[in-house]
Design a binder for this molecule. Structure first.
Ligand code: ADP
Length: 661
């Protein structure tokens, strides 16, 4: 339980690496996806291109078939016309038929060898003069070539009717190996495309007829937009540098592709952003972990360096935590103690019942707030005194979850206290001996008086008896007086004996009046010698719990100090007063003198041991008085005597509780 909690350490380099890995992964993924898209796009473009080439070849072939078909028909017509007698009729019939079948043909013309038009179907379309006007130079060139070579020729493209482009196909009419005329087909290129390029083709492509100089002669398309790729092949026939150009347009579903790319880029950006957030969170978390680790280390260090034992128990009294100091104190390891239920292994067997009772008191929440002392046992069997403070264990949510105890091993302190107590007792005893030593001569003198009286009564009796006249009536009073004096002497001796007797301090019911009486018996002789009048009017008091001998020691000390303080006074002012008063539940006793008084600078030191202003003084009297009064749970202090006739004087006051606690 008290093992330090290990939090996995993370250094910032590892954290950075950890954070960089997903980023790298995302970049690689993005690159891979974009590459895939690019490859797909390229593949698609390749497919498109091959489809385009295929389509353009198909179209070119289609047109060629068409041209070839028309050429064939025209050749046939030319041949038929050369053999016919009614050439004109045949021409018109077949030309009209051709026109009907091939709507892309604008006009079919019949020339003589001098390029003079003989007939044309339809005639209305192109007046002769226009043919003349537009024929040369391109058609004239083709015409001449056809005459010269005797083969079918196509003219170069030329513009007619404003901006419409046309080509002419010329087929010579032979009669007996001689050219007798020329048939010509007039193709408007736009109509050619309009009729020969199917609708589906123009849904996909733009078809154009251009030349080397990029002059557009005809166009057909149904779509618009951005072109992606185009392909050109020679448009032959009609040749003359004409090219068939097919341009592909971006399919409308390209938008989908673009959207997809945009979505991927957006998603990647989103992932980056979320990674950034995660990075921030992880950084914060790492800082929090560092702080927690520091805090934990600090707490662990504190815990380890604590000399006070700490023990936590749950509400049922089961141990849930012990700190190293507690383990050191008891000698048991944390593992041996945690989860232990009463009786605990450190409970002293001989005090099991008391300890268990105290345990129950603690669980009931009635543990003394000032702590309690208890005897515990170490693992090696050694007993030790522990001072235990119990407090509620409150968790983070404010719930009472158990009890926390701080345990102090006070064995040494107890031993020291005991030693101090014994020393104090010894000191008190020594002090009493010293007092007796100091009073020895006065007491001897005091004892001398009854002894002298006994001796003189004894002599008187002897005299009476030796005269032989003595009657018992005469001797008896003397003997009685001897007895009284012997009792007086015996009382003095008993007091001295009692005073110097060594006894254990104990508080028992005692009458304060008797204490005062005994003290006065001691000091009477000294008071007489010092000419001090002792005023003492003690009313009858109930018995108080006190050690009689100790109280006598206090009173004797205060009385003797008072008498000594008045040694410089006029004899008349050497008055010492002993008074008592009951205030509340306390007995107040005051010893007032009219002596020298106490200077303010030494007032604080009076009760310190070995402080004295007297040449032969020991300075322990007042310190012992205070410890005796405190032992009786009372107080001792000093005041100035305001009623002193000399203007100076001191009152020592002490209190004693009237009843035992
Ligand atoms: P000691 O009598 O051996 O000096 P005490 O502890 O009894 O030791 O007294 C300490 C000092 O207190 C004395 O030396 C004296 O100066 C002062 N003192 C005690 N009682 C009185 C008193 N009644 N009046 C004036 N001074 C006093």
């Amino acid at each position: 339980m008290n093992q330090p909690l290990r939090i996995p350490s993370s250094n910032s380099r590892r954290l950075r690496l950890l954070l960089a890995l997903p980023k790298l992964g995302i970049v690689l993924l993005l690159v891979a996806v974009l590459t895939l898209l690019w490859l797909l796009h390229r593949n698609e473009a390749d497919v498109e291109r091959s489809a385009l080439i295929k389509d353009v070849l198909w179209l070119e072939q289609n047109l060629r078939f068409h041209f070839d078909g028309n050429e064939e028909q025209l050749q046939q017509l030319a041949q038929d016309m050369s053999n016919s007698t009614s050439q004109q009729k045949l021409f018109r019939l077949r030309a009209e038929h051709m026109m009907k079948n091939s709507p892309e043909i604008a006009q079919i013309l019949w020339f003589d060898t001098k390029r003079r038009p003989i007939d044309a179907v339809p005639t209305s379309n192109i007046p002769d003069q226009e043919v003349d006007a537009f024929g040369p130079p391109v058609t004239a060139k083709a015409f001449d070539l056809a005459i010269r070579l005797g083969t079918r020729q196509y003219s170069e493209p030329f513009f007619l009717e404003g901006n419409r482009a046309f080509v002419q196909m010329l087929v010579p009419i032979f009669h007996e190996r001689r050219i007798t005329g020329m048939l010509a087909l007039l193709y408007p290129l736009d109509t050619l495309l309009a009729n020969q390029v199917p609708w589906w083709f123009t849904e996909k492509y733009k078809v154009e007829i251009v030349d080397d100089n990029n002059i557009k002669f005809a166009t057909k398309t149904h779509i618009s937009g951005n072109h992606s790729q185009s392909y050109e092949i020679p448009f032959d026939p009609p040749g003359s540098g004409l090219m068939l150009r097919i341009t592909n347009y971006d399919a409308p579903d390209n938008t989908m592709q673009r959207l997809l790319v945009a979505a991927i880029v957006l998603l990647a950006a989103g992932v980056f952003w979320s990674l950034w957030l995660v990075r921030d969170l992880m950084k914060k978390r790492s800082h929090a972990e560092d702080a927690l680790r520091e805090e934990h280390a600090f707490r662990a260090a504190m815990e380890d360096s604590l000399t006070v034992g700490m023990r936590a128990r749950d509400l049922l009294g089961r141990v849930i935590y012990v700190n190293p100091a507690f383990c050191r104190m008891t000698g048991f390891s944390a593992a041996e103690l945690v989860n232990q239920a009463p009786p605990m292994p450190y409970w002293a067997p001989e005090q099991l019942e008391e300890t268990y009772a105290m345990h129950q008191t603690v669980l009931a929440g009635d543990a003394p707030p000032d702590g309690f002392e208890i005897t515990f046992m170490r693992k090696n069997g050694e007993r030790f005194q522990a001072l235990v403070y119990e407090a509620k264990l409150i968790d983070g949510s404010g719930k009472h979850t158990g009890w926390m105890a701080s345990v102090l091993d006070i064995t040494e302190r107890k031993r020291a206290e005991e030693l101090a107590r014994q020393q104090q007792e010894q000191l008190q005893f020594t002090s009493r001996l010293v007092t007796m030593g100091e009073m020895a001569s006065t007491l001897a003198h005091e004892l001398n008086q009854p002894l002298a009286a006994i001796a003189s009564y004894n002599t008187g009796c002897q005299n009476l008896l030796s005269n032989g006249k003595a009657t018992p009536q005469e001797i008896l009073p003397a003997l009685e007086k001897i007895g009284v004096q012997a009792q007086r002497a015996g009382k003095i001796i008993r007091r001295v004996h009692d005073f110097v007797r060594k006894s254990e301090p104990k508080r028992a019911p005692c009458l304060f009046g008797e204490v005062v009486e005994d003290c006065l018996g001691f000091v009477e002789a000294e008071a007489r010698k010092r000419h001090v009048r002792i005023e003492c009017a003690i009313p009858p008091l109930p018995a108080i719990p006190a050690d009689r001998l100790m109280l006598e020691q206090v009173l004797l000390n205060l009385i003797r100090n008072g008498m000594e303080a008045m040694s410089g006074n006029e004899q008349a002012t050497r008055v010492l007063n002993i008074a008592t008063d009951i205030i509340g539940s306390e007995l107040h006793v005051s010893v007032s003198d009219c002596g020298s008084g106490i200077a303010p600078e030494i007032r604080d030191k009076l009760f310190t041991a070995f402080f004295t202003t007297k040449p032969e003084g020991m300075g322990i009297g007042l310190s012992i008085c205070r410890s005796i009064i405190e032992f009786h749970r009372g107080r001792l202090w000093v005041e100035d005597n305001p009623l002193s006739p000399t203007g100076s004087g001191t009152i020592f006051i002490f209190t004693l509780p009237m009843e035992a606690e």
